[in-house]
Design a protein around this ligand. Structure first.
Ligand SMILES: [Fe+2]
Length: 350
């Protein structure tokens, strides 16, 4: 497969092209319209400072892929010295009900002999169930996953972020970037950006993410930093995505991979914007999921309409997620043969 061909979870999706006017992609005002903001080369300077940490993380990923327990790796040098005495591992848990989960390591945060926070965790997960895709991520948070209202406990949220600094010091490529802080300060109208609900991604060949949003109460958006490898993105506000699906239906036949029943369903959907929006948000309409993520015709249509962005090492991408209307939906593809590392941190404006 050519390095420039989009290929994800068994679907070949055509050439990875950046089409349209690229000159204004770094315009910060795009944020307020729910559009992605590309900060090309924003963190290039920082990459060399954290080169050895990035290599250390690659060793951790190799260990996970070799089915070693994260908890054991974190109990040895250099992790142990960075974690303790503040963060004490309580061991791993394995959730039988979540097939994507690899391992969840739980921690208490300590001040001397006193526990100052419980139930902080690092969770390693696969990104898909596809045999050819070994993409994985490490996510930091606390409490009961997907149930905890993380915005209601900023202290534990801050400690989960500190835990990610200890395991992945290259997190500072985002958190210590004064130029990035300045730009986010302008976007957030003088408020300070805090980086929470952190994820360290490894997108491998055939991997990536289907179109989704990262809307969460208390978060203004997401900053993504490509550290190694390359990714290709489709990113656009939800309202634009709805309009593009409708325009596609008026200008293209339904792709052949859609059965007659799926075509009928899609024809009904594009006739009713509100219903289309509800079905998008449900993430369960298989006809819609197939069309927008697994057909070359629709992927190439979005690229031709100017929604494609390529990220190389050193590039940052800002994805506004402040409210449902202006939230930037995004789809990610791994470009090339390298399993690349990236940081994806939610932005909380304080
Ligand atoms: Fe996302």
């Amino acid at each position: 497969m050519s390095q420039r061909t989009l290929f994800r979870r068994g679907f070949t999706l055509g050439p990875a092209l950046s089409i349209g006017d690229r000159s204004n992609l770094s315009d910060l005002s795009r944020w307020h319209d729910g559009l992605p903001v590309l900060l090309a080369g924003q963190c290039t300077e920082y990459l060399k400072n954290y080169h050895s940490d990035i290599e250390q993380t690659e060793d951790l990923v190799r260990a996970v892929l070799a089915e070693k327990a994260c908890d054991d790796v974190l109990a040895a040098t250099p992790y142990l010295e960075r974690l303790e005495p503040k963060f004490v591992s309580l061991g791993s848990s394995f959730n039988e009900g979540d097939a994507q989960e690899i391992e969840m390591v739980m921690f208490d945060a300590m001040n001397g002999d006193d526990i100052i926070a419980e139930d902080l965790w690092l969770k390693a997960s696969w990104l898909s169930f596809h045999d050819d895709d070994v993409s994985l991520r490490f996510r930091f948070s606390f409490g009961i996953d997907l149930e905890q209202d993380v915005a209601s406990d900023p202290e534990r949220q801050a400690l989960a972020s500190e835990l990610s600094d200890a395991v992945f010091p290259e997190s500072a490529i985002i958190t210590n970037d004064s130029g990035l802080h300045e730009k986010l300060g302008a976007i957030l109208e003088g408020k300070k950006a805090n980086f929470v609900e952190r994820i360290i991604y490894f997108n491998g060949p055939s991997g990536g993410a289907y179109l989704h949003h990262d809307l969460e109460r208390g978060h203004a958006g997401v900053v993504f930093a490509q550290l190694t490898g390359s990714t290709f993105w489709l990113a656009l506000p939800k309202q634009s995505l709805i309009e593009e699906i409708i325009l596609f239906s008026k200008t293209h036949p339904w792709p052949e991979s859609l059965t007659m029943e799926m075509r009928r369903e899609m024809s009904d959907l594009v006739g009713d914007r509100d219903y289309l929006a509800v079905q998008l948000d449900s993430f369960s309409n298989t006809s819609l999921i197939h069309l927008i993520n697994e057909t070359q015709a629709f992927i190439q249509f979005l690229i031709a309409r100017g929604h494609g962005i390529e990220l190389s090492p050193g590039d940052n991408l800002l994805l506004p997620q402040s409210d449902e209307k202006r939230c930037c939906w995004h789809s990610v593809f791994c470009l090339g043969e390298e399993m690349g590392q990236a940081l994806s941190f939610a932005i909380r404006a304080d």
